[in-house]
Design a protein around this ligand. Structure first.
Ligand code: AMP
Length: 280
């Protein structure tokens, strides 16, 4: 596995294989890799000749400096994991390599960027778009893989690709969970022992909400979810929206065939966790 810190090096690695007609699959990450990340790479490996990952804790997408400073960083372990799954190359740039000058671009995703994560993490998707456009320009993959764990991000990346005419197929990948149901996330490493024990409550409630969905209106199901969290003093629910899975608009009534998804953000102590469930 090649490890590159400079963009011109990884770009020339990619160019070489592209000129040989090889397809390139790309998985951008912020490291502290877990099975969720690896599942994207394993899928990419099946669908492409060459697979590339990047590890970069992108400062522009953090709206909370404490979260940025404390974000888990385990580069040595990450490299071992990437090697095991036969990743061809990994790009580990410094901040200067990605942002040699301040990036003052402003991306407007309309409502998609204003709701849910966009509402509670100001500037987050602008930062995501800054780094993803730069990475796409350097790697120029045929396919890029994104987890449904960050569902809104996935929808925004799809829009970004359309808006800027990137010739890249965005491949959505299912959420990988711990055996107890907690969605895998690098931030889980930062949960206290007690909070880690109770964190599976999030998915438990999402699952239960799916079971009782047919008995309640959308509004009442939302209230039920909020109420369940309000009874658990350790959790602070930030939002729970039931939305159309393409335009992310909140829905008022259940529809049989259209995609509907419940998206949640919850604080456990000072760690913020997100998860979601598809309702059909
Ligand atoms: P991150 O390192 O958190 O920026 O995540 C990098 C990629 O991995 C994103 O596309 C995430 O959606 C995806 N990802 C993170 N956690 C999971 C998970 N539990 N299951 C599936 N994909 C995930």
């Amino acid at each position: 596995m090649e490890v590159y810190k400079e963009k011109y090096k990884i770009a020339s690695f990619c160019n070489k294989y592209r000129s040989e007609g090889k397809s390139i699959g790309f998985v951008p990450t912020m490291g502290a890799l877990h099975q969720g990340h690896l599942s994207l790479l394993i899928r990419a490996n099946k669908e492409n000749d060459i697979i590339i990952s990047s590890i970069f804790v992108n400062p522009t997408q953090f709206n909370n400096s404490e979260d940025y400073l404390n974000y888990p960083r385990n580069i040595d372990d990450d490299l071992i994991k990437l090697q095991k799954i036969e990743c061809d190359a990994v790009f580990i740039p410094t901040e200067e390599e990605i942002y040699p000058e301040p990036d003052n671009r402003n991306f407007d995703f309309g409502y998609l960027g204003q709701t849910m994560e966009g509402k509670y993490r100001e500037g987050h998707f602008n930062g995501v778009a800054k780094v993803i456009t730069k990475l796409f320009d350097i790697i120029q993959p045929n396919k890029a893989y994104f987890g449904e764990k960050d569902y809104q991000q996935l929808i925004i990346i799809k829009k970004l690709v359309k808006d800027f005419n990137y010739d890249i197929e965005i491949v959505p990948c299912s959420i990988i969970r711990e055996p107890d149901g907690l969605a895998m996330s690098s931030r889980n490493l930062r949960l206290s022992e007690n909070h880690r024990k109770i964190a599976p409550f999030i998915y438990k409630i999402l699952r239960e909400s799916k079971k009782i969905k047919n008995k309640l209106s959308v509004e009442d199901l939302k209230k039920w979810v909020y109420h369940r969290f309000e009874k658990m003093k350790e959790f602070k629910i930030e939002y729970f929206n039931i939305v159309d899975d393409e335009n992310l608009k909140e829905i008022n009534e259940w529809k049989d065939n259209d995609g509907q998804i419940g998206c949640i953000a919850v604080w456990l102590g000072n760690i913020r966790l997100i998860d979601n469930i598809k309702y059909n």
